[in-house]
Each structure stands twice: as structure tokens, then as C-alpha cells.
Design a protein around this ligand. Structure first.
Ligand SMILES: C[S@@+](CC[C@H](N)C(=O)[O-])C[C@H]1O[C@@H](n2cnc3c(N)ncnc32)[C@H](O)[C@@H]1O
Length: 239
């Protein structure tokens, strides 16, 4: 499938859906996304006093999970290329209330971070939208400290004769319908579903992570396989 991941179009689309993104996210994932995020933060390991990066941060759901777990005992950098999503994130997380949070505009393919400065990177439902995923993975590898971890969540096609078709129907028909009804942008939600179909299967995506030199890579299915948590580490000795 030729799925167009033109960064300008994607940026505009996220700008448009940003005001209602949180509500829709909860509805479409039936509230399960927050439990997946908690698991992802646990998989990042103990990062007290360190700096973590939430990439493609959107409205900042990962910020709240990190903050609940560590309060002010952690620096959080949250980056996204959509101004609309960042505005929504800034409304939720003011710099006054979150003094150790830095919210900024950046493209995942060119990170404004020093080499080996970050202990953990999370991406929630973002990597599938990035135009050049191998380039983003190489950038993440560059900014991670040796021993640092990358954890990503993406929806996934569950196996089985019941869950498989049920999930396809839900993703193809129900979620664009909800997106159109509440978000007023059926096209955007149709795009999000198409981008899911165009995302490589877990074994191929793990190969992409390995090609970017990540080690101990794994794909951990969540909730009957409807989502996948991807994990990889930058080796302590990257030689
Ligand atoms: C589906 S939303 C997910 C937002 C958030 N991570 C979450 O879990 O709810 C995808 C986000 O990725 C951002 N994004 C897509 N491509 C990007 C890129 N190349 N660089 C930075 N952000 C990007 C979009 O602007 C959007 O906010």
C-alpha cells in the first residue's frame, strides 16, 4: 500500500485534531492506552535524576505518567513537530507547575539534543507517522546514553479468528466514525487507520530497530495483541 507520510500534511492534520485529541484517544482505545503507557514507563527502567525524552509527545500523556511515577526527581524533554499538539500540551503542563519539563517543537528525524544525553526515550503512537523511520531510530540511538532504552507503543493486528476481524472492523469502521462524530475530522482518523495498516509487522520493525544498532529488541503484545510495545537498548559498549 502506498501510504503517503508527507510531513507537512501530517503536521497540518495533527494541528487540526489537537483540540479534541485527548478525549478521542481515550474513547478510541477504550481507555486502555494509559495502562500501556504505564507499562512502557516501567520498561524504561529506573531513571531517577536522569533525563528522559518523550518524542512525538502530542498532548503529553506520557508526561503525566512519568510525573506520577517520579514527580520532580526526573527531567522530561517532550518534543513534537505539531504546534497545535504542543499548545494543547502546554495548557495541561505549565512550566510553573512542572519546572523540570521542557516542551519543544522538533522533528523526530533531527533531534535538538546532544549525543548521549538521554537515559530513556518513549514514543506513543508516533513512530508510524514519521516519514523516515530508520532516520528517526538512528537519531534516537545517537542521543541515548549507553545503556539507555527506547520504548514505543503502536496499535497492532491481533491474531485469531475472533479478535483479528473484530479489531479490523473496529479500526476501519468504528474509530473513523467516532473521529468524524466527535473530532469533526473523519479524514484524519481514516489517515491514522491507513497508517496503521501501512506499518510493518513486528518482526520487520524489530529488524529496523536492529539495523539502527539497538540490542535486546523485543515486541511485547498488550491486551490480546491489539497493541505492541517495542523495546530496544543502546549497548553499554557500542563497539
Ligand atoms: C497519534 S499522535 C500521538 C501523541 C502522543 N504521543 C500520544 O501518545 O498520545 C502522533 C504525534 O506524533 C507527532 N509526529 C508525527 N511525526 C512527527 C515527526 N516527524 N516529528 C515529531 N513529531 C511527529 C504528531 O504531531 C502527533 O502529535
Amino acid at each position: 500500500m502506498n501510504h503517503n507520510r508527507d510531513p507537512e500534511k501530517i503536521k497540518g492534520m495533527f494541528d487540526r485534531i489537537s483540540p479534541r485529541y485527548d478525549l478521542l484517544n481515550r474513547l478510541i482505545s477504550l481507555g486502555l492506552d494509559m495502562s500501556w503507557r504505564k507499562r512502557a514507563v516501567e520498561m524504561i527502567g529506573t531513571v531517577e535524576s536522569e533525563t528522559v525524552l518523550d518524542l512525538c509527545c502530542g498532548t503529553g500523556d506520557f508526561i503525566s505518567v512519568f510525573h506520577k511515577r517520579y514527580q520532580e526527581r526526573l527531567n522530561i524533554v517532550a518534543l513534537d513537530f505539531s504546534a497545535g499538539m504542543l499548545t494543547a500540551a502546554r495548557k495541561r503542563f505549565s512550566e510553573k507547575k512542572y519546572p523540570r519539563l521542557l516542551l519543544g517543537r522538533a522533528d523526530a528525524m533531527s533531534l535538538p539534543c546532544r549525543d548521549e544525553s538521554i537515559m530513556g526515550v518513549t514514543i506513543g503512537f508516533g513512530i508510524r507517522n514519521v516519514a523516515d523511520r530508520p532516520m528517526a531510530l538512528r537519531e534516537i540511538y545517537r542521543v541515548l546514553k549507553p545503556g539507555g532504552r527506547l520504548v514505543m507503543i503502536e496499535p497492532s493486528q491481533p491474531p485469531g479468528k475472533i479478535m483479528g476481524p473484530l479489531f479490523s472492523f473496529y479500526f476501519k469502521k468504528i474509530s473513523p466514525f467516532i473521529g468524524g462524530l466527535i473530532g469533526g475530522d473523519k479524514k484524519a482518523y481514516k489517515y491514522l487507520n491507513d497508517s496503521f495498516v501501512a506499518f510493518p509487522p513486528p518482526d520487520k520493525f524489530l529488524e529496523m530497530m536492529q539495523a539502527a544498532r539497538f540490542e535486546k529488541t523485543k515486541a511485547v503484545p498488550q491486551t490480546f495483541g491489539t497493541a505492541m510495545i517495542y523495546y530496544g537498548e543502546k549497548p553499554i559498549r557500542p563497539f
